[in-house]
Design a protein around this ligand. Sequence first.
Ligand code: PAF
Length: 281
Amino acid sequence: MIIAKNVPELRAYLAQRRAGKRLAFVPTMGNLHAGHLKLIEVARRLADMVVVSIYVNPLQFGANEDLDSYPRTPVEDCTALEAQGVELLFMPGDKEMSPRGRAAQTFVEVPVLSDVLCGASRPGHFRGVATVVNRLFNLVQPDLALFGKKDYQQLLVIRLMVSDLGMPVEIVGVDTVRESDGLAMSSRNNYLSPQERQAAPRLYAVLGAVRERILKERVSPADAEPEARVALEAAGFRPDYVSVRRRDDLGVPAPADKQLVVLAAAWLGRTRLIDNLEIDL
Ligand code: PAF
């Protein structure tokens, strides 16, 4: 596997080796787990060449968030990517990604969708994500790019950015990979204490209960949401939000809407976990 650490190295490799190949791109922040490996596996099925990036993007972390403590495991990540047959890994530094520095940074903003749910609790987060993904797309020029559905709102923000800016990239959403007890794979699971780790799968269980209440008992989203909050609190979480939304734009659903998703973000101690579950009425 070739590791490109700057833009000229990336461009030189792609100029030499791409030659008409369909290129799939998997952007990551590293600390790779089975969820990332699934993205790569799907990418390999859909394309002739897979490029992965690892960049812990400072633009998407708020001032009091976990940028400094975010897990960084480059040696293990490279071993895992080699084993997956990844051809090219792009591992830029801050200078490659923000050449004129933070103060002079050009941003990409996807309004409205970026301001609700996780965007309401993490102001500027999706602006940071859209900005870095836009630059990565411009550098790698993929035919398709893969994102996990665990970060459901992120997936929709990227889809909107690509559509609004007419970017020639197909965005593929890949199902969440879970531990055997249901907990969605996430680098932030590393922060959980053993006791918190035991409680963590309740998040998925509560989302499952919301889905059952809506599907089988025909409870309205407006009634299911407060019940879910109470259930999360009883399991030791501090819920940020639990919300049933339209799947295509995360708007508040009307009775006629059939394709829904229940999304939640909740704190367990100092760890903020997110998860979601699709609901087909
Ligand atoms: O999902 C992530 O790991 C990040 O938000 C992404 C898409 C790599 C952008 O930094």
